[in-house]
Design a binder for this molecule. Structure first.
Ligand SMILES: [Zn+2]
Length: 165
């Protein structure tokens, strides 16, 4: 994995978009533990931290470089835990559990069972001012989530109807 090609100032300016990238793919953005931490998040069951040094250089801890690289290069990335065949080890966030209870075990887009392939999808993207609230969230497979990227709510609904007809 090459080092993400982004300067500290750009990273800080674009942090909300990176945080949205992580949460929309099942990761969880955590509060920084010190003033040196630019970003702290949980993904795939571990905590990853992007920090700054006094020199202005960025240090990538855990697998944070991979997440930032995928975000910059618009590559698929998954922040959710996946333990296929090990149901006892599933770690689901309160949000996912609540959405499963509300909507059932079905992908918003294709309608097939989610099983362990679960991502949170914001109907109105955070980057477009959508609220990070349950009312704006549905569950979808990672690939289905990817298909809905950059679509408006109406476009998502049309795509959903087309896939189900
Ligand atoms: Zn799906």
């Amino acid at each position: 994995m090459q080092r993400p090609n982004i300067a500290l100032r750009d990273l800080r300016n674009r942090l909300p978009a990176l945080q949205a990238f992580i949460t929309e793919r099942g990761g969880e953005v955590l509060a920084p533990a010190s003033e040196w931490e630019v970003l702290r998040f949980r993904a795939q069951g571990s905590v990853h931290v992007v920090s700054r040094q006094a020199s202005g250089h960025i240090t990538y801890g855990g697998d944070s470089a991979l997440a930032v690289q995928c975000w910059l290069a618009k590559l698929p990335w998954r922040g959710s835990d996946s333990h296929r065949g090990q149901p006892g080890k599933r770690l689901r966030s309160q949000t996912v559990r609540t959405l499963l209870a509300r909507d059932g075990d079905a992908c918003f887009l294709c309608g097939r069972p989610l099983e362990d392939d679960i991502t949170e999808e914001h109907l109105v993207p955070l980057t477009h001012g959508g609220p990070d609230h349950l009312a704006n969230k549905v569950l979808a497979h990672a690939d289905c989530n990817k298909q809905m990227e950059h679509l408006s709510v109406m476009e998502k609904i049309r795509l959903r109807e087309a896939q189900r007809s």
